[in-house]
Design a protein around this ligand. Structure first.
Ligand SMILES: C=CC1=C(C)c2cc3[nH]c(cc4nc(cc5[nH]c(cc1n2)c(C)c5CCC(=O)O)C(CCC(=O)O)=C4C)c(C)c3C=C
Ligand SMILES: [Fe+2]
Length: 466
């Protein structure tokens, strides 16, 4: 069990530019705007190159260093006084999510957006021009496999619909608690893009904003990436840079979330003929090991603490089932967090585990990785491996206790909203150090060369390695 680090060094997210290029393919034509993030520093991809990742936190990064039960960050740490002009306040709540292709034709451009994200693939400065060609190559290679997955769950991702429903439910829950608010949905890789949501917030002249990523645990690749987009937009805009904002970086420690998860698990265990015999199998979306070990991503620590807290809640209810945590959905040629879900399922089967309850734990809506990967691929693998009784806990979705808890999180975060001010000037750049720059360039060149030429690399992107 990893303790949550209260001094975890998080990445400096203060580094991207929002600069969509005119020539960009159809995604940009359809989007109001789209994050290009072309000003990545000279660091090598976190995703592709463990060991060379090196990110520092700026003193004014939107992501704070400390974690608390509502891990909310404000821009300058100065809480605005609780306004005597509350009646004039126009509160906005921005839900951040990943987004997913709505049709099979959307799959490749969606994957392009994902792989064009420098928080997913980061290249040395000199190779920045490769970001989009590389994203194009990888998305094209991966699209057939990914399309198969989306085809098997009805031809597209349910994420937009579910997130919209969650937004409406949250609006109503806030209303019931006496807070009138405007809800916005901002997706990182598909419609409605985060940039569109921010433009709407601006048009609506919101006076106070709470940003709530729909990921219980923080990762550089999810919440961090979305916040990078916001940071860039907010810094460059006179209205947005003054808007009081509170960002809830992670919220897996909240009692309401833990209880809601425990409720779902308890209910699902009852479907087994011998509920006490079922192993509770937490399956989290993985990230490359380099995120955690080189870039200071708190994701693994938070995930482990999250599982511990859910189990504590279950134990308090007299539920003492065995449990385990594994990581799913790895992509590409690098090491991801272990143990891998597929390998653990096979091992458990060999060890004689007969009943297993799968619990998706990094996401709060159904999506391709629950509906296809867990319900189809992993279920089949588990049954082949000797596990006889299989169950799966549904994602939290619109569970009322969960939505109510999100509403509480928003209300608790509101008073600490504070305005953004000057960008971080304390940050140093590898470009300032010619030796470091040369070393990175050298290894970056070799790496880029290998990537383009190695059939092994290509096949690693083409398939989920499961
Ligand atoms: C906490 C959740 C998630 C983390 C962490 C995460 C990291 C991560 N993901 C990829 C690559 C892909 N992810 C894909 C889909 C996808 N990812 C998440 C969540 C997390 N990703 C969700 C909810 C979804 C599904 C969206 C939907 O349409 O329903 C995909 C596309 C599907 C596929 O081809 O498998 C890719 C690719 C990386 C590389 C990464 C960390 C670096
Ligand atoms: Fe993912």
């Amino acid at each position: 069990m990893h303790a949550v680090s209260h001094s975890a060094v998080l990445p400096n997210l203060n580094r991207h530019r929002f600069s969509p290029s005119r020539s960009d393919i159809q995604i940009l034509n359809r989007a109001t705007c789209h994050s290009d993030c072309n000003k990545a520093t000279s660091q090598v991809s976190l995703f592709l190159s463990p060991g060379l990742a090196d990110r520092r936190i700026g003193s004014r990064s939107l992501v704070c260093r400390a974690f608390s039960s509502v891990d909310a960050s404000t821009y300058n740490g100065v809480a605005l006084e609780s306004s005597s002009h509350a009646a004039e306040e126009k509160v906005g709540v921005l839900l951040l999510n990943l987004g997913g292709p709505e049709t099979l034709d959307d799959v490749q451009p969606f994957l392009f957006n994902l792989f064009a994200d420098p928080d997913i693939i980061r290249l040395p400065r000199l190779f920045r021009f490769l970001q989009r060609p590389l994203a194009k190559l990888i998305s094209t290679l991966r699209a057939p496999k990914s399309k198969e997955g989306y085809a098997s769950i009805g031809g597209g991702s349910p994420l937009r619909k579910i997130t919209d429903e969650q937004a409406l439910a949250l609006k109503n829950a806030l209303e019931a608690k006496g807070l009138s608010s405007n809800l916005y949905v901002g997706m990182r890789y598909w419609y409605p893009f985060t940039e569109e949501a921010v433009h709407q917030i601006k048009r609506d002249r919101i006076t106070r904003l709470v940003v709530l990523p729909l990921y219980p645990q923080f990762s550089i690749s999810t919440t961090g990436s979305s916040i990078s987009v916001l940071e860039q937009m907010f810094r460059d805009d006179s209205y947005l840079s003054r808007l009081p904002v509170s960002i809830i970086n992670s919220w897996y420690q909240r009692k309401g979330y833990l209880k809601s998860m425990a409720d779902l698990i308890e209910k699902e265990l009852e479907n087994f003929s011998e509920p006490k015999e079922a192993m509770i199998f937490f399956s989290a979306h993985g990230v490359p090991v380099s995120y955690v070990e080189n870039a200071g991503d708190p994701y693994r620590d938070q995930m482990e603490e999250c599982i511990f807290l859910i189990m504590q809640e279950l134990k308090a209810r007299g539920i003492n089932n065995e449990h385990t945590l594994a990581y799913q959905s790895r992509v590409g040629p690098v090491q991801w967090l272990k143990p891998y879900t597929d390998e653990v399922l096979v091992e458990l089967g060999k060890k004689g585990v007969k009943s297993l309850l799968a619990v998706p734990v990094s996401f709060v809506s159904e999506h391709i990785e629950t509906l296809e990967e867990i319900d189809m691929e992993y279920r089949e693998l588990a049954l082949e491996s000797g596990i006889q009784n299989w169950g799966r806990v549904p994602a939290l979705g619109l569970t009322p206790s969960f939505i109510t808890d999100l509403a509480d999180a928003v209300i608790e975060a509101l008073p600490s909203a504070a305005a953004i001010y000057a960008p971080d000037t304390t940050r140093s750049d590898d470009m300032d150090d010619p030796v470091k720059y040369f070393v990175k360039m050298f290894f970056g060149s070799i790496f880029a060369f290998m990537l383009f030429l190695s059939p092994k690399m290509i096949s690693a992107f083409r398939n989920h390695i499961i």
